[in-house]
Design a protein around this ligand. Sequence first.
Ligand code: GRG
Length: 297
Amino acid sequence: MSAEALLVEARECTDRRLDQVASQLRASVPGTIGEAFAYALQSPGKRVRPALVLGAYRAAGGQSAAAAGVAAAVEIVHTYSLVHDDLPCMDNDDLRRGRPTMHRQFDVGTATRVGFLLVPVAAQVLAEAASELELDSSLLGTMAATLFDAGGIAGMVGGQWLDLEAERRQLDLPELIAVHRGKTGALIRASCVLGGLAARASSRGLLALEQYGADIGLAFQIADDVLDVTGTSDQLGKTAGKDEALSKSTYAQLLGVDGARAEAERLARSAIEHLDRAGLASPALGALAHYIVTRNS
Ligand code: GRG
């Protein structure tokens, strides 16, 4: 299966689930907040994290797109992070996924509230997904810990925190790796582990998926650093050149654009080798690793 085919499938099944959640929220939370929930959930992202959930699910022996609910839960956590990342107190951006950011479309208060409210929505979607997959409560507990640890202080929030503190200060490579592994890498790594857990993968399989996800997660943010320099706002659907405007340390700045690209490609190869060594070779996850480091280039 090609990366494009996996992304299309992930988009179709995840978006179906996100549409259902948006309709339920619109009905139960009338007015602007309900509209804002729908605006956030129905925004046109690439759905890379859902594709990783489904790719890992299949690599670990799962059938069809039965893990769509798990993929939707991860995408909802990612969506909340984008809404908050764009706020004036963080990156202060006007454009996201080719549309006005939430606080531009609505207002800062609405964007702040809807971002926070998406977190329990993700928890509920994950619990429903585990029930559809007939996973027992202990496995659901492990999945919830995987998702929310990755979204918390040891992962995404912690990485973003370091990133904000580091603005206008030159980070060295180990510090930058810590920011990237937390801010972006943790949720990508968790997507792979969650797909494996949903398929009841063996501990060896889970470890390989986690190692694949860790390498791909870092490679993803390195490629994002490069795109911020080389891409246009139209291509990216968000404001290009933002890292330089915010005086952020990036891989492109530390290693140069070519050096950063080479490091992302090295990590993609390493990611695939982890799967091969565990006997989990997956053409779809291999293709997705390649896509992640070459997208828009
Ligand atoms: C309170 C400190 C604190 C943090 C709150 C805002 C936040 C949590 C975390 C920010 C995490 C973040 C936005 C990381 C960047 C990740 C990234 C590279 C996003 C772009 O991902 P794509 O390219 O986007 O997959 P699409 O739109 O395609 O989904």
